[in-house]
Design a protein around this ligand. Sequence first.
Ligand SMILES: [Zn+2]
Length: 203
Amino acid sequence: MNPVFVNIHTHRPTGCGIELRTAGIHPWDAPQADAAALDRLARELESGGVQAVGETGLDFVQAADNGTRQAQIELFRAQLALACRYGLPVVLHCVKAFEQTMRLLREQEPRAVIFHGFIGSPEQARQALERGYCLSFGERTFASPRTVEALKETPLSQLFLETDDSETSVKTIYTRVAGLLALSVEELKRATTENYERIFIHG
Ligand SMILES: [Zn+2]
């Protein structure tokens, strides 16, 4: 496969390069997610057109009270179980809930884990990377000095890039990250394309 722009998580698909087809229930929707919603998700995953469960995870900034946090945890557990059942990777949304997320991943570990829009310290990045997880970086990375440090420590074999909900083009994200890592855009494309192939084509 020729190197292309892999955009591992976008809410504004352009049809160019590689954009992942995912299905999942966002942690923000946890209070409304019932058994029927999980059944619908299971059917969608079973249909075979989906490449990963996502985004799923925990957002403890959104979940101010204990009840909402518990609902997010239960929903995340249920989606990890689905990812394991269908042999799918997960694309994680994790905000201010790193320890809890890592704990739940130890209970049920999907065959690949990608933290989308990773924001965190180099130490947290190291913990996730040691477990073989991938980290995906985007627009918000550049505003967070410790996340830029985490990016610099991420091996190319565990790196993805994304536009998420920003209007910035994927090419701009690659160009900025290439600058930070003193690499060429082509080298970055080669790395993320190889990671995509390993996880989603040969996985
Ligand atoms: Zn997200």
